[in-house]
Write a protein that binds this ligand. Structure first.
Ligand SMILES: Nc1ncnc2c1ncn2[C@@H]1O[C@H](COP(=O)(O)OP(=O)(O)OP(=O)(O)O)[C@@H](O)[C@H]1O
Ligand SMILES: [Mg+2]
Length: 255
């Protein structure tokens, strides 16, 4: 039987008197790449903030593995296996690529995920196991050749791939990715998409939720799409179904 995945029920959030997220109900299933699409300001990033605990909902529930997680602080949400790629990419610029991934491996979704970063220098020498795992994930992300490069010297696209690799290395089972291909050239987009496909192919218990404006990316990787507009999910279903819908095309694609 399929595990339940992440379920959102009637989730709402208002800010400055405006309903930013308005009674959103959605299910994100394991083994699937689900895209969340919609115009700028639709509330997609805010929905991610609500799931990860950066914001508290005014109303509604979020269930993961039958546990209620709405309103928990971010570190507790992370401990439940929910990881996130921020719209503005976040890596430790002063650390090498290896050290960035090591800090993620070491944290194991612990209470304070950034704590190990303080101790990361010299980690290689005292923990062979972790070094092997780091190398595994660096190979997975195609970053092995860059392992000793400071993250600050990477291109923007490489930093995004590093950030995704860190989420994988930390062992999260749900990956919430906010615009992972934005600002990337076609070669780097292809690399990111291949990584996402590989994640699902190799582990069907993983769930990927992708906020994405590039419709060819959505068509290529997403199995299922939620269309969000003015805080609401106004349409959802199989990718071809949603992207072929006349209302979605008019509101979003301007067709
Ligand atoms: N802290 C805040 N206080 C008040 N309004 C906010 C706040 N954060 C976001 N908003 C508003 O909420 C709305 C939704 O923003 P959000 O960032 O979730 O949209 P989005 O769908 O992610 O857009 P984009 O595709 O441009 O990233 C916008 O109108 C934004 O101005
Ligand atoms: Mg956004």
């Amino acid at each position: 039987m399929r595990t339940e995945g992440l379920k959102i029920k009637n989730l709402s959030k208002a800010m400055n008197g405006l309903k930013i997220v308005d009674r959103v109900t959605a299910t994100f299933l394991p083994g699937r790449i689900t895209a969340l699409v919609g115009p700028n300001g639709a509330g997609k990033t805010t929905l991610f903030h609500l799931i990860t605990g950066e914001l508290k909902p005014d109303m509604g529930e979020i269930f993961y593995r039958k546990k209620k997680i709405a309103g928990l602080p971010p570190y507790k949400v992370a401990r439940n296996g929910i990881g996130r790629l921020f719209q503005d990419v976040r890596v430790f610029e002063n650390l090498t690529v290896f050290e960035n991934v090591a800090s993620a491996c070491y944290s194991e979704r612990s209470e304070t995920p950034w704590f190990p970063f303080l101790h990361i220098k010299g980690l290689r020498s005292f923990n062979r196991d972790i070094a092997d795992r780091v190398m595994f994930w660096l190979e997975f992300g195609g970053l092995a050749d860059l392992k000793d490069t400071p993250a600050s010297s990477l291109s923007y696209g490489q930093q995004k791939i590093l950030a995704i690799t860190r989420i994988m290395a930390a062992g999260f089972s749900i990956l919430l990715l906010d615009e992972p291909t934005a600002g990337l050239n076609p070669v780097m987009i292809k690399r990111v998409l291949n990584i996402l496909k590989k994640i699902i192919k190799e582990d069907k218990s993983k769930t990927i939720v992708l906020v994405e404006h590039n419709m060819s990316v959505v068509t290529e990787v997403a199995d299922w799409v939620y269309f969000m507009n003015e805080g609401r999910i106004s349409f959802f279903g199989r990718t071809d179904h949603v992207l072929g819908d006349q209302e979605v095309r008019e509101i979003y694609l301007g067709l």
